[in-house]
Write a protein that binds this ligand. Structure first.
Ligand code: ADP
Ligand code: MG
Length: 264
């Protein structure tokens, strides 16, 4: 066996050992091109490593997107900013591109009645942040509260909070959806305190702060939670007509028309 045949036989094993799957997949083609075009060794090496790094980054983003729990189909491209005059596209783009607020653990709070696009907008921002390398977790507030309560019962609350710490942004959808009892609001309060000035929270809420005494049973806890959330925050007030209702009313597609006429 010639030296080069022996090398070619050993390479796949070494590349597996070194966990370089992309180079392992591509090296024969790229090496052939390199031989044909008489590349210098440094050119060949950097082309191989560039491929490995690009795929590694793509896999990392895919993993982050999968773990995020974000609704997959909500993007900034499909968000109609004209429908929400209080929220500007440049402001949202600045949040997606500006890293300072996440580094400081600042918060993002979206208020408005049902159907105005709060979940869509925050999910789209979440996707944009993942594209830029941040880690994001999207969850309905009620689901997270149940998980934290279960963790507290099993004396695992600190571990569960530490697990959430991996995420640069925690999105709590429908924060004020239900009235919470003492135990529920206390885990939520603990979460807010734990992340305060360290890790960002984004939330959507149907109720303005003035109605949050319905969310937390204790006035003192409400004040303390609101204080921490608002201290470093961007607030979007989305008090517009429900997008869902508006589009249902103006949609003249045949399917909708059929549905409407059937209802008569
Ligand atoms: P909310 O969370 O405020 O109740 P959603 O984000 O769930 O509202 O929006 C309801 C539906 O309307 C979703 O399908 C969403 O994609 C769509 N929608 C709402 N606002 C907009 C908008 N400004 N542009 C595009 N789609 C929108
Ligand atoms: Mg919503």
């Amino acid at each position: 066996m010639s030296t080069s045949t022996a090398d070619a036989a050993r390479l796949p094993l070494m590349l597996t050992d070194l966990r370089l799957p992309t180079i392992k997949r591509l090296w024969t083609d790229i090496a052939a091109q390199s031989d044909r075009e008489a590349w210098r060794a440094e050119r060949l090496l950097s082309v191989l490593f560039e491929h490995e790094m690009a795929e590694r980054e793509a896999r990392r983003l895919a993993r982050h997107r999968a773990e995020s729990g974000l609704p997959p189909d909500k993007s900034l491209d499909s968000f109609d900013f004209a429908a929400v005059p209080t929220v500007s596209r440049p402001h949202v783009a600045a949040l997606v591109e500006g890293d300072a607020w996440l580094e400081q653990g600042a918060n993002l709070l979206l208020f408005g009645p049902p159907g105005v696009g709060k979940t869509h907008l925050i999910a789209a921002i979440g996707h944009g942040l993942i594209d830029r390398g941040w880690r994001v977790l999207f969850t309905r507030t009620g689901d997270l509260v149940q998980r934290l309560q279960a963790a507290r019962r099993d004396l695992r609350l600190p571990a569960e909070l530490a697990r959430l710490d991996r995420f640069d942004l925690l999105i709590l959808d429908d924060f004020s959806y239900v009235r919470r009892d003492q135990a529920e609001s206390s885990v939520l309060f603990e979460l807010i305190s734990e992340r305060y000035e360290r890790k960002s929270i984004a939330l959507t809420a149907n109720q303005p702060f003035s109605a949050w005494d319905q969310v937390f049973p204790e006035a003192a806890m409400t004040v303390a939670a609101v204080d921490r959330l608002v201290h470093h925050s961007t607030i979007f007030e989305m008090n517009v007509e429900s997008y869902r209702r508006k589009t249902a009313a103006t949609d003249t597609s045949p399917r909708t028309r059929t549905k409407v006429s059937k209802r008569k």
